[in-house]
Ligand binder design. Sequence first.
Ligand SMILES: Cc1cc2nc3c(=O)[nH]c(=O)nc-3n(C[C@H](O)[C@H](O)[C@H](O)COP(=O)(O)OP(=O)(O)OC[C@H]3O[C@@H](n4cnc5c(N)ncnc54)[C@H](O)[C@@H]3O)c2cc1C
Length: 434
Amino acid sequence: MQTSERIDNYYTASRNDHTSYPALIGNHSADVVIVGAGFTGVATAVELSERGYNVAVIEAHRVGWGATGRNGGQVTGSLSGDAAIQQQLQTMVGSDSKELMHLLRWHGHDIIKQRVQRYNIQCDLQHGHLNTAYRESDIPDLQKAMHNAQNAGLSEHVRWLDKTEVQEKLATPLYHGGVLNHYNMHLHSLNLCLGEAAAAHSLGATLYEQSPVTDIQTATTATGKACVKTANGSITASTVIVAGNAYHRLFQRQLKGLVFPAILGNLTTAPLGEDLARKINPDNLAVYDSRMVLDYYRLTADNRLMFGGGTNYSGRDINNVANALRPGLEATFPELKGIDIDYAWTGTAGIVVNRIPIIGKIGNNVYFAQGYSGHGMASSHIMAEIMADAVSGTQERFDVLSKLKHVRLPVGQQAGSALIALGMAYYQLKDRFR
Ligand SMILES: Cc1cc2nc3c(=O)[nH]c(=O)nc-3n(C[C@H](O)[C@H](O)[C@H](O)COP(=O)(O)OP(=O)(O)OC[C@H]3O[C@@H](n4cnc5c(N)ncnc54)[C@H](O)[C@@H]3O)c2cc1C
């Protein structure tokens, strides 16, 4: 059952900011209203507040309640749909596509690092990531990605590890090699989001929680105002940013068929203690493997193993997440057989059929960004910056990226999710038998 309170998970239990923002009551005005307070919404609020805009953020539940407060916490250069994006950008902007691809992969890291530093956000930020080869046949693709990263200026941060070297980094027999990347990071996702919300607030943004937006009336002229409504209030503004990602159903006429919910499972074990934590993962790396439907894991600051996977692309919730994930966890780290699991939960990620994140504009003054297909920590921050640029008059990157083409399924959400589930079952089977 969904409630408007925080879910019971590791992030909620270990958050370091317990601020509650009020519900929206009465009629107000702002320069910009942002709908949704996950990374997309909150990072956009920081960007715009830093530029002097009067910003209001309206969240249906609590700041960071959605995917942002439930994810694996891995900030990587993985860009969903990269091959398709590269191809389309090449056609649109020729050689400039290289610079844009670099930005889409790596600029989110810089935004996050600068923000953590500027606002002194305590979110357990650590560098170090390993993308492991689950099968020997995955090695060429991983090495290609590694060379791309090295050629993009990251050679001092990225290198190949062979099977023996991977086993020195992780107490698991599973992998055949992997890309070690010290530019990538992992962190406490909810604490980053709450820290960014506090930063926006300190710059004058107004935040409202437990206030689902029920309707948005767009402006009828370029200089007109939009009106964003909740059950007990409204805000008129020159610009609206829709940042509800997989959790919102606004503007269905324009957005239907583009983003479908996938339910992802995640858990944390009981604290392992310093010795066991260092034994299984001495360098405190975040990890995911090379399968299409992958496992991802890392240690938390209090030495729990956070372990995710078990995606359900049908959009239906996963029954008993802990039981569903335990076999994968124990196969990865046999040493943790029978370990207590303290928290297990699910979250909804927005999947786009061709995996290209969606950024765009509706009418004269409504912007939106969504559909990072499971890799949104860095991408959401990049999209936030690009939307803030567009609102403040720098349109170039927005204009290019909003022209990227997506696959729209001409079906409702349930049928679309079923089609995606079918497609993903195909990849899972392929992964199993390759
Ligand atoms: C289990 C899981 C693991 C993941 N792991 C990783 C990872 O390790 N690395 C990575 O890069 N990405 C990961 N992701 C993806 C990443 O978390 C998301 O891409 C990112 O958090 C999206 O942020 P967002 O703000 O766009 O959406 P969300 O965080 O989902 O926020 C949307 C918000 O909008 C609100 N909202 C919706 N409708 C309304 C409305 N009508 N009115 C008001 N508010 C509304 C919701 O309540 C919600 O709080 C993972 C996702 C999941 C689910």
